[in-house]
Design a protein around this ligand. Structure first.
Ligand code: GLA
Ligand code: ZN
Length: 676
């Protein structure tokens, strides 16, 4: 089962009409008509209304909301409503509220505060999901189920401790195997009874915060367990839904690069992926491109839904700027360019009270249809309606894969040494950004993905190398492809223990190097790395980590220029089979990463698009009928002119372009070329 079937890109978003009087609803729909809003997500936070007491269900409010949406001809993404539990539930079952990392037992409050291991939560959430599915499965307007909301966080209560022990029994079978995996001979940690095992928290193994642990193996397994425990919650609800709704697609809204949940382990349990795009301040468009591509990679390249984005300002940050004119439209098309088959907002109408009353909405508190934000939403709605179904189901024809791995993320960031300032998403982003600026389509894939179709595989900070990954990377190079890995790769095995071998462990033969030692310095410190040779050589400022490479067959492509290791290789290229293994041993600055990535692309014969225009993003999609679309997105507020990479007709304006001619885009402009 895959995505909901729709005649065009679903457009709309989270709608919480239970928060305001019904006479306003008519007005909402009048405005939805004006903005061409055809899809609403209902019921995300209505548990307290649909189940006012344990033995009482009351669907009056949700019935009214569903009836109205259906009567008004909208499609509905219907939530089970379990993202926030009701107060009565927390009172009746105090164990349902979470215990935090510091060991503080929380009481009723906020949302996302349910212990994933609490039997009462599991029973009651699945029970509600079953009721919702039973009641609404037959509704023609309901096209998808939305379980929970933004799963995340963690719990450290006694129920979770017991759940953790069960999870460990399943994983290791014996305490002997567990003791070996966790390396418990260190610091007298040998466990003789499963009940001796404690969740790693501020009260046990941790000494500064969630990243500072005495036992990485224990902390790593708790991260895995917590992700699995919440997945079990999702599956409880999905199973409940399936009893009444065998064939409507089910999803939950992910959060892109979100550390606590290993979305790759979740992906097979969703019918389609969806996510909420709230880019951090000072973000680059490449950050969003990477997040979209990561989400598209969850289901093997199948399109996903953009489940939430802000029409304008957020509210939860210290400072919440508005989205500049044209930016919301640009970012919406960017999502589509990267594989989104829906463009949805949080939220359709602004809440009156509580923490999100100032969060941007399609409809403001005054209900106006003449605000700038409403006009921009309405214009996009009209544009998407005209655009029609041409991109639905389209795939990205990527020849480059970038490996993304939660285990590597976790183990790199919970490691003591070499440098706490290295953050996994930043390393990944630097490499992704180089590809993005080169105008190359990228599949961001799990380390278990098939790599046969790719000419280039990029593995930034592939800290953990597990299973047959090293052999599969060697196979890429053997058949003529290129593999690019960065510093801090090949450091640990599946249990976060070092390899009893030269660094980079199982990647060493492919890279043709060994790393003798590694230096680490404060973020301000730089050591120049000279890349290339002769008149074309460029200098890159390297930071944070400096691995000293001793080639074992590889050629030096760049070398350190200062300190006792001046002249030591910092970037290498190894011929392996008919292809290459490239290794970047230091935290090069962005121009340095760009330089290396261009060398790799050139060597592998991967074509770039507009590499000299860093604000001009391109992305291709190929529709099921073979139609080829090239999206051009201008992230600058200034107009841009570029040589047309392909000849085509802009589906948004009807303008036609000949290959080799010029394409112009306004500031924040978008074109979608259907290739001739
Ligand atoms: C998240 C949630 C929404 C809302 C928005 C805005 O994405 O899923 O319920 O809270 O953030 O803050
Ligand atoms: Zn718990």
């Amino acid at each position: 089962m895959s995505l909901p079937v729709t005649p065009s890109t679903p457009f709309g978003g989270d709608y919480n009409p239970e928060q305001w009087p019904e006479h306003v609803w008519k007005d909402d729909y009048r405005l939805f008509d004006a903005a061409r809003i055809d899809t609403v997500t209902l019921g995300v936070f209505v548990w307290a209304k649909t189940q006012p007491a344990e033995d009482t269900y009351d669907f009056t409010v949700l019935d009214r909301a569903v009836d109205e949406a259906e009567a008004q001809g909208r499609r509905i993404c219907l939530a089970t409503g379990t993202g926030a539990h009701p107060a009565w539930l927390a009172r009746a079952y105090p164990e349902v509220t979470r215990t935090d990392f510091e060991g503080r037992k929380h009481r009723f409050g906020q949302r996302h505060n349910s212990c994933p291991s609490a039997p009462a939560f599991r029973r009651l959430s699945a029970g509600l999901a079953a009721r919702v599915a039973e009641r609404y499965a037959g509704r023609p307007s309901v096209i998808a189920w939305h379980i929970g909301n933004e799963y995340g966080g963690a719990c450290y209560c006694d129920l979770c401790a017991a759940g953790f022990r069960d999870w460990l029994r399943t994983r290791y079978g014996t305490l002997e195997a567990l003791n070996a995996a966790w390396y418990t001979d260190f610091w007298s940690h040998t466990f003789y009874d499963w009940d001796e095992i404690e969740p790693p928290s501020a009260l046990t193994e941790h000494w500064r915060g969630p990243d500072h642990t005495a036992f990485q193996g224990i902390t790593l397994d708790y991260l895995r367990f917590m992700s699995d425990a919440m997945l079990a919650n999702f599956r409880d609800e999905k199973d409940a839904i399936r009893r009444f709704s065998p064939d409507l697609p089910v999803t939950t809204n992910f959060m892109g690069m979100y550390r606590p949940i290993d979305y790759h382990r979740w992906a097979e349990h969703l019918d389609f992926a969806s996510w909420d795009n709230y880019p951090p301040e000072n973000t680059t468009p490449a950050w969003m491109g990477l997040s979209h591509d990561l989400m598209r990679g969850l289901k093997g390249g199948q399109p996903f839904w953009l489940m939430e984005q802000a029409p304008t300002t957020t509210a939860c940050r210290d400072v919440n700027p508005v989205k500049r004119p044209g930016v919301m439209r640009l970012w919406s098309w960017q999502a589509i360019a990267h594989g989104a088959d829906a463009v949805l907002y949080f939220q359709m109408r602004a809440s009156r009270g509580a923490s999100e009353k100032l969060f941007g909405a399609v409809i403001n508190h005054a209900g106006r249809d003449d605000t700038r934000v409403f006009r921009e939403v309405a214009a996009l709605g009209a544009e998407l309606a005209d655009f029609g179904p041409v991109a639905l189901g389209a795939r990205t024809p990527a020849r480059v894969a970038l490996l993304f791995d939660w285990d590597s993320w976790w183990t790199l960031e919970i490691s003591d040494g070499p440098n706490r300032h290295v953050r996994y998403p930043q390393v990944v982003l630097a490499y992704y950004r180089a590809l993005w600026e080169a105008g190359v389509d990228v599949d961001v894939v799990p380390v278990t993905a098939g790599l046969d179709g790719y000419d280039v595989v990029v593995a930034p900070a592939l800290h953990m190398v597990k299973g047959d990954l090293a052999q599969r990377l060697e196979a890429v190079a053997r058949r003529g492809g290129s593999v690019l890995a960065s510093y801090l790769s090949g450091r640990v095995d599946e249990s976060d223990n070092a390899f009893l071998a030269d660094v980079p462990g199982p990647l060493a033969p492919l890279m043709g190097i060994r790393i003798d030692e590694w230096d680490a310095r404060e973020p301000e410190f730089t050591n120049p790395v000279l890349l290339g040779s002769g008149p074309d050589a460029v200098e890159s400022a390297a930071r944070l980590v400096f691995e000293l490479v001793i080639p074992q067959g590889a050629d030096a492509v760049g070398s350190y220029q200062a300190d006792f290791y001046a002249g030591t290789p910092a970037v290498t290229r190894n011929t392996f089979g008919s292809g290459h293994g490239w290794y970047v041993a230091a935290g090069l600055d962005q121009p340095g990463v760009d330089w290396v990535v261009r060398q790799v692309l050139d060597t592998a014969g991967v074509a770039t698009r507009h590499p000299g225009l860093p604000h001009l993003e391109t992305a291709a999609r190929v529709a099921p009928d073979g139609t080829r679309l090239l999206f051009l997105l201008n992230h600058s507020d200034q107009p841009v002119t570029a040589p047309a990479a392909v000849g085509g007709t802009d589906l948004l304006t009807g303008d036609t372009f000949a290959a080799g001619g010029q394409v112009t885009l306004d500031g924040h402009g978008v074109r979608v070329l259907r290739e001739h």
